[in-house]
Design a binder for this molecule. Structure first.
Ligand code: THU
Length: 311
């Protein structure tokens, strides 16, 4: 377990009858709230999360906010932030919200309407878990002082929510549906970043992770030739640093003809493949061809030969 796992940035206090909670919801809520606080840059907080029905949230909305309407999520910050400030820039006010009985700062309450979340999940075509995760992130950022009254505020808040979703790798279904054409276009776009004054052989790549994200890479050469990094390994490094670990497909391109991956890149791709990997090569004016990585690197030597549990 990581340090962070042992001492979570954010604890979740579950209140009321939680019969409405889908399996694993509170683990998810804790993961989401930790991700949000990591992005905000604070720790040592706790929040309370309650799941309610449509009728109940309407009642709470009426009693607490004088708004007689059902909604998907409500948040009640316990800290009052000065205009333009959020949790990370409100140290003094956060200190005032310190709860000695828990040994943490109480950020406030989150109320989630499970019924509405189910409807929205259906409408957007993603899982209930994904929807509740997103709503929790939205509420967490409200508790940290963010709002969406103006377009500018909205953009900032959406960006924070997206980062939180990325952090825990919860994606909308449509984000996961990356077409081959899209990957090929991204590989071609990556060519523009190539630094190849020695070979004049530009290479661009686009790697697809198993959670539907794409990562670009280009080749970067060096006066000490051996220090060159290939486009494929550049894409792999980018992806690993963004928290992706398993890849299903790669598109590789050069200006003319085909750039099949070199031996070192085949070995590196082999390390992080999910099952087998699809390798597409082609270019702007070159028809694309596809092979499996297992064809390009038969009888391979990989993590399975060293009996490691997980990569
Ligand atoms: N290159 C790649 O980027 N990927 C490969 O798999 C093959 C080679 C680059 C490295 C170098 O900058 C140039 O192509 C010529 O070797």
């Amino acid at each position: 377990m990581t340090e962070e796992g042992k001492f979570p940035r954010c604890l979740i206090e579950k209140i009321d009858d939680q019969a409405l909670a889908p399996d694993g919801f509170f683990e998810l809520a804790e993961e989401v709230s930790n991700a949000c606080l990591k992005i905000e840059g604070i720790s040592g907080a706790y929040v309370s999360v309650t799941l309610v029905t449509g009728g109940e949230i309407r009642k709470i909305n009426r009693e607490m906010r004088n708004v007689d309407k059902e909604t998907d999520v409500l948040s009640f910050p316990s800290v009052s932030y000065a205009p333009g400030k959020t949790a990370r820039t409100s140290e003094k006010r956060l200190k005032k919200a310190y709860d000695p009985s828990v040994g943490r700062i109480f950020l406030g309450d989150i109320v989630l309407n499970t019924q509405r979340a189910m409807e929205q999940a259906e409408e957007y075509g993603h899982s209930l878990k994904r929807e509740l995760g997103y709503l929790t992130a939205h509420a967490m950022f409200h508790l940290c002082g963010y709002d969406h009254m103006t377009e500018e505020e909205k953009t900032v808040m959406r960006d924070m929510e997206k980062r939180a979703m990325r952090e825990i790798q919860l994606y909308r279904k449509e984000e996961a549906a990356v077409t081959d054409e899209k990957m090929q276009a991204l590989a071609i776009e990556a060519l523009e970043y190539s630094y190849s004054p020695y070979s004049r052989f530009r290479v661009g790549a686009c790697l697809l992770s198993d959670d539907g994200r794409t990562f670009q890479g280009a080749n970067f050469e060096n006066a000490s030739y051996g220090a060159t990094i290939c486009a494929e390994r550049c894409a792999v490094s980018n992806a690993l640093m963004a928290g992706a670990r398993k890849f299903t497909k790669i598109a590789i391109t050069t200006d003319e003809g085909y750039a099949w991956p070199c031996g070192i890149c085949r070995q590196v791709l082999n390390e992080f493949k999910k099952g087998d990997m699809i390798v597409m090569v082609g270019g702007k004016n070159t028809p694309w061809k596809t092979k499996m990585l297992s064809e390009l690197l038969p009888e391979s030597f990989g993590p399975e030969d060293l009996d490691i549990q997980e990569v």
